[in-house]
Write a protein that binds this ligand. Structure first.
Ligand SMILES: C[S@@+](CC[C@H](N)C(=O)[O-])C[C@H]1O[C@@H](n2cnc3c(N)ncnc32)[C@H](O)[C@@H]1O
Length: 219
């Protein structure tokens, strides 16, 4: 995969993508799975939900979401990582309603008012801000009226306020875009893009959070 944004650390492919889940569970001493389980639980997924997962990676989150989806619901993941897409397909090869496509999320997508929920998890922080804006436009357009957008990513914090065991991995793993991400007011940004009822659930002491925002309309 040639890099779209060479300064980004989220364009994960090859060996890094193959061992991404194992790596996260190791550095968080097994806490990563429990954190994702809680965050996905907070999405209040209904069996009939149609969910778009922007930057779905290997389908780690999709596996948790699929527990809530019935035959009438569906999950569509989008990603550009060959290895991530292969792993996603391996996980769900027996499920017709959980799919992944090779598509950039920071360019106009062909989806309009089709989804009840859109998730993007640990992708936005690693994009330049102009690409984040394109991604938010895609999320808004893909949602039906009254649908919910979920931004699962870092919280807003001062790096110096974090305990050492969080500050060090952040400094080692993260790119310049992530520093910019944690300093921005994401409630205000989501509202600028037309979302309302913006709420947050925090995890790992505020290191990560799930922001929920509604596209205006009934529901
Ligand atoms: C840090 S991983 C997160 C994967 C998954 N959402 C999760 O939480 O486990 C970031 C993912 O975003 C994908 N990605 C990065 N830039 C992208 C883009 N412009 N369009 C689509 N996917 C992208 C990468 O390939 C990678 O799989």
């Amino acid at each position: 995969m040639s890099e779209l944004y060479p300064d980004s650390h989220i364009e994960i492919d090859g060996i890094a993508a193959r061992y991404y889940e194992t790596f996260l569970n190791l550095v968080t001493v097994g806490k990563y799975g429990r954190f994702i389980d809680r965050a996905i639980g907070d999405m209040e997924i209904e069996p009939e939900d149609r969910i778009l997962d922007l930057g779905a990676g290997s389908g780690y989150n999709a596996r948790f979401m699929a527990e809530y989806i019935g035959e009438e619901g569906k999950i569509l993941g989008l990603d550009i990582s060959k290895e991530g897409i292969n792993q996603f397909r391996e996980k769900f090869n027996d499920k017709l309603n959980v799919k992944v496509e090779n598509m950039r999320i920071d360019q106009p997508l062909p989806y309009e008012s089709q989804f009840t929920k859109v998730l993007t998890s640990f992708v936005i922080h690693g994009l330049p801000h102009s690409a984040r804006e394109k991604t938010l436009e895609n999320a808004y357009r893909a949602l039906q009226r009254g649908g919910r957008f979920y931004l699962l990513d870092y919280g807003e914090f001062e790096l110096s306020d974090l305990p050492l065991y969080m500050r060090v991995p952040f400094r080692i793993a993260e790119c310049e875009y992530a520093y910019d991400y944690i300093a921005r007011d994401w409630k205000e940004i989501l509202e600028q893009f037309g979302f309302e009822e913006v709420e947050s659930n925090q995890y790992l002491g505020g290191f990560t959070r799930l922001m929920t925002a509604k596209k205006p309309g009934p529901g």
